[in-house]
Design a binder for this molecule. Sequence first.
Ligand SMILES: [Zn+2]
Length: 174
Amino acid sequence: MPLAVTHILTTIILVGLYRDHVAKHKRYFTLHTLFIAGFAGLLPDIDFALRMVAEFFNFNIPILLQHGGLAHTPIFGLIFLIPAFIFLKQEKHKKAMYFFVITFGILFHIFLDYFLGGGAGEGVMWLWPISTASFKIHLISRFGMKDIPIALDAILLLGWLWYIEVKHRISDFI
Ligand SMILES: [Zn+2]
């Protein structure tokens, strides 16, 4: 399964590339937006934390809240479109953008879990609540590439550092 850094960085990188090359609107797309994007990219795995808390208190969590459950369904991501469009209608573009990137981060997390492996072992319930059928490609386990997630973390981190160095001259800020 993709590790935390992969989830966070792939989302930040994609939203960052969008910010730099498509939106080109730094006022609505601030560095806070990028931070929120990274946070949202990991948000579905909040069910891990939930499980740890539940185990600590010896509490049984309902199956839908277990890892790979509700937090790994598209509905969880799409729900954030409601505040996004409300803020957009009020012409609060910056706030609206926060919620749009949350939706993107969550959906992209679910896609990565579906594609590379992660969430529930059975796959992603793309159609929940219409259907509980699970779908998966799970490239990593399919090809026995269990070391890949660690390598992916390292490559992404280095690539991203290189990008912000070249594009934004991060070393000027250190
Ligand atoms: Zn996940």
